[in-house]
Design a binder for this molecule. Structure first.
Ligand code: FES
Ligand code: FE2
Length: 358
């Protein structure tokens, strides 16, 4: 059956190299797991911008430029003192808005320097810290995609990081391409994917595949299918993958959700978080159990599928880094791509990058 294609995405202007394409910064990007930001400053680079995250005395998160205006060293080497961030070098302190608020050796006849660090819109939601690296005036109007399953008592969560020396387009193409199951063999929960329908929109690409799934949650111990392949039985399931720019979400049937939250570092380095949810919604009796017990089950099974995710990531990252390396040697080479989804993904990346420039 031919693939059904629906498109409302304008054709890209001119030709640009997808492997050099910038992000559209006017979106919420993931910066860290909530638990990664404690009372020490936390450093990250989000598309060339060095950012430091810290928690103030009320546990509130702040995101500032990671560059001391005094001598331009990283503020993330410093300390959090009350509600302020203190530079390691001379101890200048900066408040939550990035204003210089204290210098330990200020003479009586000297005023505080009027320097100000850039501060970024930041939110803590669904287990993650999210940062808006673009025009801060647009942040309030841009929805944060979020992960509604993160705190839901009927979902078991597992999460791992991806740290990949490749442009983010290689990673999202990999995630949208359900024909690379060949690489994963025993790790993957489905087989024989076939693309049936493809939708292109200015903010997302949706690819609808059907697949043979190995995975069904019908007994409380079904989750063990993730690590014991002998327990799996094939059955057909819809496999939907979406590039909801700049993040990715996939569902297999009703029990299986995987998301990938992007934090691209630069043109040759991408960080991301891969989050897997196993639904326990099939067990309607669970809803009647006391909430503390359900929370105990959810917490006890946290990261049950982490080993599986890490295995998948290892195999994928090897391929992606080789693609990047080969691209570096042969930047004009045009590959022979048969999966139309990947062309849609490339058009969306170009469209979004162009949006940031207009
Ligand atoms: S370099 Fe930061 S206080 Fe001097
Ligand atoms: Fe993969």
């Amino acid at each position: 059956m031919p693939v059904q294609i629906e498109s409302s995405l304008a054709k890209p202007q001119g030709r640009c190299d997808i492997r050099q394409t910038a992000i559209n910064p006017n979106h919420w990007y993931v910066a860290a797991l909530s638990g990664e930001v404690t009372h020490q400053p936390y450093a990250l680079i989000l598309w060339h911008q060095a950012i430091v995250l810290y928690r103030d005395s009320h546990g509130q998160i702040h995101a500032l430029e990671d560059r001391c205006p005094h001598r331009q060293v990283k503020l993330s080497h410093g300390l959090v003192v009350g509600d302020r961030l203190e530079c390691a070098y001379h101890g200048w302190q900066f408040d939550q808005g990035g204003l210089c608020a204290g210098v330990p050796y200020l003479a009586e006849d000297q005023k505080l320097p009027t320097c100000k660090l850039r501060s970024y819109p930041v939110r803590e939601q669904d287990g993650f810290i999210w940062v808006f690296p673009g025009d801060p005036h647009q942040a309030a109007a841009v929805p944060l995609q979020g992960l509604p399953e993160w705190d839901h008592l009927n979902y078991i969560v597992s999460v791992t990081t991806i740290d990949c020396k490749a442009h983010f387009s290689f990673l999202i193409e990999n995630l949208m391409d359900m024909y690379h199951g060949h690489l994963h063999q025993g790790y993957q929960a489905w087989a024989s994917a076939a693309l049936e329908r493809l939708e292109e929109h200015p903010d997302r690409v949706e690819a609808h595949y059907t697949a043979q799934s190995y995975y069904r949650i019908d007994k409380i111990w079904s989750i063990s299918q993730l690590f014991v392949p002998a327990l799996r039985r094939l059955h057909p399931e819809p496999l939907d993958v979406g590039y909801h720019y700049p993040h990715w979400r996939s569902t297999l049937g009703e029990d299986f959700v995987i998301c990938c939250l992007f934090a691209p570092v630069n043109e040759t380095h991408t960080r991301a978080y891969l989050v897997h949810f196993t639904s326990l919604n099939a067990f309607w009796r669970l809803h009647k159990l006391p909430i503390p017990f359900r929370r105990f089950v959810k917490n006890s099974l946290f990261n049950a599928a982490k080993g599986l995710l890490e295995g998948l990531v290892r195999e994928d990252v090897l391929m992606l880094e080789e693609e990047q390396e080969s691209y570096g040697k042969h930047p004009d080479y045009r590959s022979h791509e048969l999966n139309r989804t990947l062309l849609s993904v490339q058009r969306l990346i170009q469209h979004q990058s162009h949006q940031a420039q207009v």
